[in-house]
Write a protein that binds this ligand. Structure first.
Ligand code: 5HY
Length: 251
């Protein structure tokens, strides 16, 4: 079944968008087209609450554009799932956050998982998501390797070695059976880590592609009954004036 997925890297670092796109294309079906984008505006990396708030509006804009371009589903490729609920209000297709996707996938593969993410200060964001998604009982611990998001691309950061070492500690100490990678920028490391650790190492980008394809194939989209119904039309003012209040193109 031909389909088009809207793969949104909410930060503005295009080299990371390309890395995410490559991971997605490696698992997408041959007849799935991928629109891989970063928003026109925003922050180069998302590492705190303010970054998340800024990124959320960029995500909504890219979901609107993707809907107008006929995308069948949308993936928010940032482990904070920024703008997920707002994006679902303006979308007709499914909208999947990589944190939600990765952590739900982990519950299908092990009774407990640990998350390995970037900076300690982002741990609480992931913790909030485990409670929001109702899977905090499956999450044994969220660990940080103290590498900035954009440091993952720097060979000098030794990101692979540090994530591997932290994952080994987690597997020994946390009673976890699976590891979730807590950053879209780690997507290219998942396969190698899984082989070396001998456990499921889950990258939310690739799992979200699979979930999105499955939902589209089942003819399922975001509910428009209740709180994900189209937002009421309003006229933003001041700094928000540029935020179009278009109605999604699809009926
Ligand atoms: C991400 N930040 O996946 C998150 C990871 C994090 O720019 N892309 C980002 O550390 O929250």
């Amino acid at each position: 079944m031909k389909m088009k997925l809207n793969l949104i890297n909410p930060n503005t670092t295009w080299s990371m968008t390309r890395l995410i796109e490559e991971s997605a294309q490696a698992v997408a079906s041959p007849d799935t087209a991928i629109r891989a984008v970063s928003p026109d505006g925003g922050v180069p990396s998302i590492e705190c609450h303010l970054d998340e708030a800024i990124a959320a509006l960029g995500v909504v804009e890219e979901v609107r554009r993707g809907e107008a371009e006929g995308c069948d589903a949308h993936i928010i490729a940032c482990f904070g799932d920024p703008g997920l609920d707002a994006a679902r209000e303006v979308a007709t297709g499914p909208v999947i956050g990589i944190a939600e996707a990765a952590m739900h996938a982990a519950t299908l593969l092990a009774t407990g998982f640990s998350v390995i993410t970037t900076l300690e200060r982002t741990v609480v964001i992931a913790e909030h998501l485990t409670r929001k998604y109702g899977i905090h009982n499956h999450c044994r611990r969220i660990r940080a390797v103290e590498i900035p998001v954009l440091g993952l691309e720097d060979p000098a950061s030794q990101a692979y070695e540090r994530i591997l070492a932290e994952a080994k500690v987690a597997l020994a100490a946390d009673r976890c059976g699976a590891i979730v990678l807590g950053c879209a920028g780690m997507s290219d490391l998942a396969k190698r880590l899984g082989i070396e650790l001998g456990v499921p190492v889950i990258d939310g980008v690739t799992v979200a592609i699979g979930f999105a394809e499955a939902l589209v194939r089942c003819g399922l989209g975001t509910s428009k009954n209740g709180d994900y119904a189209l937002p009421p039309a309003k006229t933003p003012c001041g700094w928000a004036q540029g935020l179009a209040q278009q109605v999604p193109v699809k009926p």
